[in-house]
Every structure is written in C-alpha cells, then in structure tokens.
Design a protein around this ligand. Structure first.
Ligand SMILES: [Zn+2]
Length: 405
C-alpha cells in the first residue's frame, strides 16, 4: 500500500459574490479532485484556536504533530528547510531582502520581498553582504551566522538569552515608514545596526544598479523577524511505521518534513507560485514511492499565494492546474503501478479572498482508496461542512494510514 497526501495550500474559501455565491473550489471543474471525493470525506482542525492560522501550524498538524505542544515560531522550521540545525541556546530569524523607499532613516517598506528578487541575484547580494567587513563586524558582535538562499528569504541564527525579541513582520508594514518598527528587545541595537549597514552596502551593489536599469526596485535592505527556538519533532517513521518524502517548493514545509525524519528534496524550478515545475514535482513524488517510500507529501503553494493577492482568477487557475497537472497525473501513474494506494487531498487551511488572509476554520479533506473507488462527486467545502471535526493531526494521519492508536 502506498499513501499520497496532496495539499492545495489555502485553496478552501468562502462563497464569493463574483462566482454567484460559489467558492473557487466549487466553481472550477476538477475531475481529479472529484474522483478523490468519491471516497471518504471529513474535516480536521489543522490550526488550533490558540495559535495563528497559517501553514507553519497547519503542516505540523498534517504530519501528525500537536502544534500546541511543539510550535515555537516559523523561522526554526524554515531554517530546517535549508537544513540549518539549531542548538538549544540558539534562536533563528527570517532575514528578508526588502526594498527601502528613500533614505534609510525616514524610509518606507517599499517591498517586503525586495520586489520579488529571486535566484542567483538574491544569493549574490546576501553572500556579498555577509563578507562586507563592517557588516561582518556587527554580525560577530551579535554572535550571528547567516545562511544565504537563492530567494528573498535568508536565515540568521544567534546565540540568545531568554529575553524576548520584539520584531515586526515586514509584510505587515507594507508602504509604511520603517522608523517606528525597528527591532526592540534582545539585540535591538545590533539588529538595527545590521539593517542600517545592509542598506548602505546594498544600495551600491552592481546587482541593484542593474535592477534600477531594468525598472525594478533595488533589493536594498534586510529585515529580521520571526524569531524562534529549536523545534524537536517526533519521528514520522518511528511513530507510524512508514518511510516517506515531502515534495514542496516552500522551505517551511520541507523543514517540518525534515524535522519529522522525512526526506525533503529541493526541486529545480519549484517556485511556490502559479508558474512552477508541476511535472518535476509529480515526478519527484512518484520516484520517491517507486524507490521504496510508503508515504509522500505533495504540496502546491500557489492557491495560498494568489489568495493573499486577492486574485480570484489566479486562485481558480491554480486549482485547475493542481487538478490537471498534479492530481490527475499522479492518479494515472498510481493506477498503472501494481500496488493499491490511498490518496488524501486537502487544503492546509482556508485562505480568504475577501480578507487576503488565513482562516482557522477546520479544513475539509477527502480520502480516495484504490480498493473502493466510489462514485466521483465535487470536492467542496460544503460537502464536508456538516461532518464531524477531527481535533488532531494524529487522528487524521491514523485514519489515512488505517492505523489504530
Ligand atoms: Zn499563506
């Protein structure tokens, strides 16, 4: 028996006027999803009420953990996605490349992601920055290490005491003057000095001079946020007697999988957006199963991303592509394999087009079983809305894997 978990990030939503009261899931014809929904339907509380609704909390639940006990912030999970391991006395942060509008003092948060900087440019900016003698000197004072990545998201780790860090997520202050949101709490002076020096250094960098010519904003600042301590998670294979892998573009998801003892390969061309390497991800998931894994998690970030942008058409297109370019090819390949399989399809959480944010409403799910395929029916929020709510990820995982406690 093989087990495939497919997650359409944030694809669940509320009824939308422009769709005559339908949700995006209801409005898109999705034969692959309908096939899965011919099986068992249900709901699960992926984001406990006491925690912020988001993929960090939800994916802990999806892999059978209890976020109320093990969630210590987003950044250590992301650090794990880059295989940066934290010691007990260490705290990790997300360090975004950002765009500062105007001078640093009195400047604004023109873009929380450096105007979408990605790839070798992003890697080069941060690699050069950490070798700038002045920046490196402040890093040393803060006992900080930084791991650059080919994205706008980088990872900083410091030795830390128990005092709190008071940091503001950069996407929460889009367009605002940054002065009032500078770091407070532990290491406030050092973090502020690093952000200020980064601006001086990055404004003169050749990559940024080229970006200006191309009509893009300079990625001329860094911003620390999302501090968190090491997270120890139960080993998935020990707990459920299944080996497995996770296929995702998103470091957070790969990190949670990796900390759970699953393999989490990086896939070329997997971007976390609508234009991603669908075929490469499907191939990686199938290869994992063919090379002996019992379980694979296949994640598509795009529906969430587009919901945050309030892009209805984009969200619907991402659901369409999830169906056509991931679910259908996976099921076809699994049908051709000479082994029975179960396939669990779900969003990790709701992301509402109406508010452009996450929502903690229990997530609908569907489980297909190749031994009893059932009659296809649409996979919708409403189809699951009166079903009992599973209160833990462990319950969901044991139901999916047909394991008793
Ligand atoms: Zn999201």
């Amino acid at each position: 028996m093989k087990y495939v978990l497919i997650v359409g990030d944030g694809m669940a939503d509320l009824p939308i006027d422009a769709l005559n009261g339908k949700t995006p899931l209801e409005a898109v014809a999705a034969p692959g999803m309908a096939r899965i929904a011919g099986g068992e339907l249900g709901r699960v509380r992926t984001c406990p009420e006491s925690l912020p609704a988001g993929s960090d909390v939800a994916f802990l639940t999806l892999l059978g953990h209890e976020p109320v006990k093990c969630y210590k912030g987003r950044s250590p999970l992301e650090a794990a996605g880059e295989q940066v391991e934290l010691k007990e006395d260490e705290v990790s942060f997300r360090m975004n490349l950002i765009s500062v509008g105007g001078e640093y003092d009195g400047g604004s948060m023109a873009s929380y992601n450096g105007d979408g900087i990605d790839g070798p440019d992003a890697f080069e900016l941060v690699s050069d920055l950490i070798h700038d003698p002045e920046f490196a000197e402040i890093m040393k004072k803060a006992r900080m290490t930084i791991t650059p990545t080919p994205t706008f998201r980088h990872i900083a780790v410091v030795k830390a005491s128990d005092e709190p860090f008071l940091l503001t997520p950069p996407h929460d202050i889009a367009g605002q003057v940054i002065d009032g949101y500078q770091p407070r709490g532990q290491l406030a002076n050092e973090l502020h000095a690093l952000q200020k020096r980064a601006h001086e250094f990055l404004c003169g960098h050749p990559v940024n001079r080229r970006r200006v010519k191309e009509g893009l904003l300079m990625a001329n600042g860094v911003w620390f946020w999302g501090a968190g301590r090491a997270t120890i998670l139960e080993d998935f294979t020990e707990k459920y007697q299944k080996t497995g892998s996770a296929v995702s573009a998103v470091p957070l998801v790969r990190g949670i999988a990796w900390l759970s003892g699953l393999k989490a390969p990086r896939i070329d061309g997997a971007t976390g957006t609508l234009e991603t390497n669908y075929e490469g991800k499907v191939e990686a998931a199938l290869n994992a199963l063919k090379s002996g894994d019992d379980f694979v998690l296949l994640h598509l970030e795009a529906p969430d991303d587009l919901s945050h942008l309030g892009d209805l058409e984009g969200k619907m297109e991402s659901i369409r592509r999830l169906d056509e370019r991931m679910i259908q090819p996976v099921m076809k390949a699994m049908d051709d394999m000479e082994e029975d399989y179960r396939l669990l399809l779900m969003p990790d959480h709701y992301t509402l087009l109406s508010t452009c944010t996450h929502d903690g409403t229990p997530a609908p799910f569907a489980i297909y079983d190749s031994r009893m395929p059932g009659t296809p029916r649409p996979f919708t929020e409403a189809a699951c809305s009166n079903l009992p709510i599973l209160e833990s990820g462990d319950q969901l995982m044991r139901l999916f894997l047909e394991e008793d406690e």
